[in-house]
Write a protein that binds this ligand. Structure first.
Ligand code: TYD
Length: 140
């Protein structure tokens, strides 16, 4: 299976920010602010310091990851190149295509990681072993 995507397809998307003296709003609409239709939303919270989340790739799911509160780093890896993206604003999201290994780390205290996903939860969509990930796309 060829990897159709690379880390260069995983871009920061700026989301709308509606300013209000009493607090801001960021709306996210399927097919307007995202290149996929949202099927599922989940969020990570109460994350103990030093935790590393993720550690997998998805075969077909697209995601947008947003730091709804606090900050954390997202390491993305397409099997050839890797980079680390810091998320620290609720109006920026990191779009992650299928075929990308990701790890989430360096969570600040109280961080909330909001994930918008293109599919329902499906364990068979996960590749949870890095060598299997490399093998799936590059055969080594
Ligand atoms: P996982 O996606 O591995 O978490 P992370 O990448 O944030 O470290 O999911 C952790 C556990 O939660 C795993 O047993 C599957 C379960 N889970 C669901 O049941 N439904 C979901 O929508 C998600 C995201 C996870």
């Amino acid at each position: 299976m060829q990897n159709l995507y690379s880390i260069y397809d995983c871009v920061i998307r700026e989301l709308p920010k509606i300013h209000n003296r009493a607090g801001n709003i960021t709306p996210i609409s399927a097919n307007v602010h995202l290149p996929f239709k949202i099927e599922r939303v989940y969020y990570l919270y109460d994350i103990p310091g030093g935790s590393i989340r993720g550690g997998h790739a998805h075969r077909s799911m697209h995601q947008l990851i947003v730091s709804a509160s606090g900050s954390f780093d997202v390491l993305i890896d397409d099997g050839i190149n890797r980079k680390v993206v810091n998320l620290n604003r609720p109006y920026f999201g990191l779009y992650i295509t299928p075929g990308i290994w990701r790890e989430l780390l360096n969570f600040s205290s109280g961080a909330i990681c909001l994930v918008l996903a293109s599919t329902q939860y499906d364990e068979s969509d996960y590749i949870r072993d890095y060598s299997q990930f490399k093998e799936a796309y590059y055969g080594n």
